[in-house]
Design a protein around this ligand. Structure first.
Ligand SMILES: C[S@@+](CC[C@H](N)C(=O)[O-])C[C@H]1O[C@@H](n2cnc3c(N)ncnc32)[C@H](O)[C@@H]1O
Length: 289
């Protein structure tokens, strides 16, 4: 384990950041590859004495940072992993990098069901790296979860992430279009969650290169108005949810009102737009009848 003085490390860090890139990406690199937790990173500035132990040397970290700056490949893909809530997840360009704002979905579930809940069956549609389902399966060992994705490569990553995170067996993965793999669970789901592709076509074309050129299009593009998949998920939800079952959806920053209307048209009750930490109506939730 290479050890260097904190002073030397802070000098090196300043040099790397002066080359460009954003601070968040730099913290991901230090956390995933360097073994320095962001929380500890912040305290180094306050207390710059002493030594720091790294999981790799500064030259290696610097070469990964340079690759990121030169190629615009997201740092998470270069590292092959990311942190999401308290999980360390494998990611590759086959899956969307799970976003910090999506972490709130788990808190919405905590708010609805409490932290200690009786056994229920939940489904996630479009699981990607598995982040949401794995967080729920771990938080609620009594619950059973089923998670779908159209992309088999994504499901392989999600399965590995679940295996790496725990010895639990309360989450199963299925390949197929939205609800199709859940035929056997018709009318049995207490909760369904999805962060589907919801970016409208025009907006997709203007996404930063770092996103558009590297993250899977199938994970982002939501058709002409962004609502293609959200409509399909909501319209079929009544066949799969139990009476009073919950549906929680993530949507684009300006889609909350429209998603709310689609839910109401499909007989959902208690429909509510939930803000993310920046005050954006990022989630829309409802209860089926
Ligand atoms: C926005 S990503 C969300 C990934 C992950 N749940 C998260 O929050 O980070 C959407 C996911 O939906 C999947 N997807 C796209 N179209 C699908 C479809 N028709 N049926 C099932 N999954 C689909 C994509 O492969 C991708 O993994």
């Amino acid at each position: 384990m290479p050890s260097i003085s904190v002073e030397e490390f802070l000098f090196w860090k300043k040099k790397q950041l002066s080359k460009g890139g954003d601070y968040y990406s730099f913290t991901v690199l230090l956390d995933c590859i360097g073994g320095i937790h962001t929380r500890d990173l912040n305290s180094l500035n306050i207390n710059p004495d002493g030594n720091l132990y790294l999981k790799t040397n500064l030259d290696h970290l610097e070469s990964l940072w340079n690759d990121h700056l030169l190629s615009s490949i997201p740092i998470q893909y270069i590292c092959g992993s990311t942190f999401w809530r308290d999980l360390k997840l494998i990611v590759s360009d086959k899956v969307l990098i799970p976003r910090p704002e999506t972490e709130l979905i788990v808190d919405i579930v905590f708010k609805i069901f409490g932290k200690k809940s009786k056994k229920i069956l939940f489904a996630e549609l479009g699981t990607g790296s598995g982040a949401i389902s794995i967080a729920l399966a771990l938080a609620y060992p009594l619950w059973d979860g089923v998670a779908s994705d159209i992309d088999q490569n994504a499901l392989e990553i999600a399965s590995k992430n679940f295996l790496n995170s725990s010895k639990q067996t309360n989450l199963k993965f299925f390949c197929g279009n939205w609800w199709t793999p859940f035929e056997n669970f018709k009318g049995r789901l207490d909760l369904a969650i999805s962060n589907p592709p919801y970016i409208p076509k025009d907006t997709y074309e203007k996404l930063p290169n770092e996103v558009k050129n590297f993250e899977p299009k199938i994970a982002l593009l939501g058709g002409e108005d962004g609502l293609k998949h959200i409509r399909e998920i909501i319209q079929k939800a009544p066949f799969f949810l139990k009476e009073k079952g919950w549906l929680i959806l993530e949507n684009h920053f300006d889609q909350g009102e429209k998603v709310k209307q689609i839910l109401i048209q499909n007989k959902f009750k208690f429909v509510e737009i939930v803000n993310d930490l920046s005050g954006v109506g990022r989630f829309t939730i409802g209860r089926y009848k």
